[in-house]
Design a protein around this ligand. Structure first.
Ligand SMILES: Cc1cc2nc3c(=O)[nH]c(=O)nc-3n(C[C@H](O)[C@H](O)[C@H](O)COP(=O)(O)OP(=O)(O)OC[C@H]3O[C@@H](n4cnc5c(N)ncnc54)[C@H](O)[C@@H]3O)c2cc1C
Length: 383
């Protein structure tokens, strides 16, 4: 097994506890590093409502079987068996009470129960197949095995061990890889928007945001480079690089009716908007749109236009902040080559791909770890 992250450790423990002889190879000096830094150090380890609708993939049904056979409840049961206390933050997101390190310790203990052997830190020089077996070359000697599970994750945060190894190995065995891109990632303002809104860095707005057929109701955060916060991270996974984001700044009201109620008021629009939006944001938005004027001067047609702009503020980012700032990599090993039940490559007996390296990408909120547990468990039952 290559890669001792979330999926690799789950898979190794599952296979080992079935009595399989498992060797886990990890090139980085620490295991489960992404678990350690996740969820602000508390690891949002699953989402109670995780289901196929929360994942992006060229085959949206691919994740169904693995999630059904090892779902959030199974992982919560495991966490509880290890005495790890947890809480729900919001929207079904489950976090450790204490520390993400508890999850790493738990996975290591589960690996120990399965008598998993480790080679770590240990790079992999290459993989070859002869007959029914794989040979994995490492500086500490070659390893031969009848099954090889690839759990090397995606390309995000290369500083803590991410490599394109899994995608290259897929190519070596003739599998196609859906083009990868950073997902759950902050977006950059184009220079004109940066000049107008960059000073609002730190301001957070509760919005409904739509893009690529998806809609999320979450907070948007203005940063010194562009937009971030849960609303933007979620929608970034659906952004194609060309379509403007459609942001409803007043998701709780009908903007047209609300403005009409105040149509004859002497109050300025930015003052009125500050009842529902952060003051600095309201002021800047009105100045940019040239409407920081008393309501009664804006006229019926003007208010109609403003209401439409507030309900659908269109922002075209200039790009993403890339893999260094992304939480996950979208795209990956094409699921058409894999069994959805076992994660095995259909045409290469004994070869498996699990976790983030596969073209299955979860929303923000514990869904990506759940995919790592579910796919790792599925392969661990079969490999
Ligand atoms: C900052 C941050 C916060 C996150 N927070 C959350 C969260 O709270 N909830 C959530 O659900 N998801 C979260 N994620 C996403 C989640 O961490 C990943 O989706 C998940 O870790 C994927 O698991 P994996 O096992 O497939 O890959 P990884 O956990 O990335 O593990 C891959 C392992 O393979 C090793 N490896 C890579 N190349 C090689 C090689 N050539 N040889 C040997 N070993 C190799 C790596 O060092 C690593 O240990 C977060 C991600 C980031 C970056």
């Amino acid at each position: 097994m290559i890669g001792a992250g979330a999926a690799g450790m789950m898979c190794a423990a599952t296979a080992g506890q079935r009595g399989r002889s498992v060797l886990l190879i990890e090139h980085y000096e620490r295991v489960g590093e992404k678990i350690r830094i996740s969820g602000g150090g508390r690891c949002n380890f699953t989402n109670a409502g995780a289901g196929p609708a929360n994942y992006l993939s060229r085959n949206p049904d691919f994740c169904r079987s693995a999630l059904a056979r090892y779902g959030p409840r199974d992982f919560v049961a495991l966490v509880e068996r290890h005495g790890i206390r947890w809480h729900e933050k919001k929207l079904g997101q489950l976090f450790c009470d204490q520390s993400a390190v508890d999850v790493i310790r738990m996975l290591r203990a589960e690996c120990d129960r399965g008598r998993v052997a480790w080679r770590q830190p240990c790079p992999v020089d290459g993989v070859t197949r002869s007959g029914e077996r794989f040979e994995v070359a490492t500086p500490q000697g070659a390893v031969r095995a009848s099954s090889l599970v690839v759990a090397t994750g995606g390309l995000t945060v290369p500083a803590i061990g991410a490599t394109p190894f899994g995608y290259r190995l897929a190519g070596q065995f003739g599998l196609s890889v859906v083009p990868t891109r950073p997902a759950l990632v902050p977006l950059a303002f184009a220079p004109d928007a940066l000049a107008r809104y960059g000073d609002l860095s730190g301001v957070s707005v509760d919005v409904a945001i739509s893009c690529g057929g998806a809609r999320f109701r979450e907070n948007l955060l203005v940063t010194h480079r562009g937009l971030s916060g849960p609303a933007i991270l979620q929608v970034s996974s659906y952004w194609d690089g060309r379509e403007p984001l459609a942001i409803d700044l007043l998701p709780d009201v009908d903007a047209r009716d609300w403005l009409a109620e105040h149509a004859h008021s002497d109050a300025r629009l930015d003052t009125l908007l500050a009842q529902r939006l952060p003051k600095r944001f309201a002021r800047q938005w009105c100045a940019t749109h040239g409407v920081a004027r008393p309501m009664r001067e804006l006229g019926e047609a003007g208010l109609g236009r403003i209401a439409a702009d507030l309900a659908c503020w269109r922002v075209l980012p200039s790009g993403t902040l890339g893999y260094a700032k992304a939480e996950v990599t979208a795209g990956g090993v094409d699921t058409r080559a894999l069994s959805s039940r076992t994660m095995a490559v259909r045409d290469v007996p004994g070869l498996y791909f699990i976790g983030e390296v596969v073209d299955v990408t979860g929303w923000l909120g514990g869904y990506n770890f759940q995919w790592a547990w579910s796919s790792g468990h599925a392969a661990g039952e079969a490999a």
